[in-house]
Design a binder for this molecule. Structure first.
Ligand code: CU
Length: 109
């Protein structure tokens, strides 16, 4: 009986987490807590993203995603579309221009 329960829990682990990957994305142009919220809610909407956490101080996004559904390039593009640089992917200029002043580089603090 003990063995049966153990087998079931191992199967459950494989089914739930087998294909997730983790990555850190450099967010060099983010400025403040509002940027964190914008990026976190934007990335969370990307299909295949399981979890996203932005470190405002280090300017890094910690992303957990389903590797078979989405890749880093697609997540970088989603962040660029929000107006922020993501690794080497440059921010969309129109989205950047539409950000609040405090969220632009060297903006009002
Ligand atoms: Cu900001």
């Amino acid at each position: 009986m003990k063995h049966l329960i153990l087998s079931i829990s191992i199967l459950g682990l494989i089914a739930c987490g087998g294909d997730t990957a983790k990555a850190d994305i450099q967010l060099a142009t983010m400025q403040c807590g509002m940027c964190k919220q914008t990026i976190e809610s934007g990335v969370a909407e990307v299909d295949g993203v399981v979890k996203v956490e932005v470190d405002t101080e280090k300017k890094v996004g910690h992303v957990t995603y389903k590797a078979g559904v989405v890749d880093i390039a697609a997540i970088e593009k989603a962040i660029a579309a929000l107006g922020y640089d993501a690794n080497d992917t440059k921010a969309d200029p129109d989205a950047y221009a539409a950000l609040p002043g405090c969220c632009q580089i060297g903006g009002m603090h």
